[in-house]
Write a protein that binds this ligand. Structure first.
Ligand SMILES: [Zn+2]
Length: 188
């Protein structure tokens, strides 16, 4: 998990190199844009909210370019896409933006920390069976600005959930991370 308050106060840590071994340690790498979108929604939405994540995959590294917030209902401890509006939102968003893939789902936690509850883990697994693997899940705490990441990977024909490190950030326009290196390859 990453403490964003510390990052903003003391500057960013050096990000990991973007080019990982194809099956390296699970990582979720956030773009500046995705991070700004999440912070914006955290500041204006008082309930939990959920979001689809747009991005790219390179082995077990998933780059999150941005987020998409569909129509939904929420409370301080719950959120859910509406049916059919929210479902249609996501379907149409990704259908109408060719080359942008959905790499996972994320949601905020209001009055507790960033972790995946047993419900969250089950949802992550169910989503993993619908999305292309690897797919990822993020929780972000409204209180602490901490993230928790999980990744669905394939293991012997089974979908398995593993912890994923959350890493900051890269510039989606240049595909360069802060140390100047390139994101060399990716697949949607
Ligand atoms: Zn949750």
């Amino acid at each position: 998990m990453i403490n964003f308050r510390k990052l903003f106060r003391f500057g960013r840590p050096a990000p990991v190199k973007a080019t990982q071994a194809p099956d390296g340690d699970p990582k979720i790498v956030l773009s500046d844009h995705a991070l700004a979108q999440m912070m914006f929604y955290l500041s204006v939405v008082k309930s939990e909210f959920g979001f689809a994540m747009e991005g790219r995959r390179l082995g077990h590294t998933v780059y999150v370019d941005g987020i998409f917030v569909p129509h939904q209902v929420g409370s301080s401890a719950y959120w859910e896409q509406t049916y059919p509006d929210g479902l249609d939102d996501v379907y149409l968003h990704f259908k109408n933006t060719p080359g942008v893939a959905q790499v996972g789902w994320g949601h905020s936690h209001c009055s507790f920390g960033a972790f995946h509850s047993s419900v969250d883990i089950n949802t992550t697994k169910a989503n993993g069976e619908m999305l292309k693997i690897p797919s990822v899940s993020l929780t972000i705490s409204r209180n602490t600005r901490m993230f928790d990441g999980l990744m669905c990977v394939e293991d012997g024909g089974q979908t398995k959930i593993v912890d994923a490190q959350v890493v900051l950030p890269f510039n989606p326009e240049t595909d360069k991370i802060s140390d100047g290196s390139d994101i060399e390859a990716h697949e949607f």
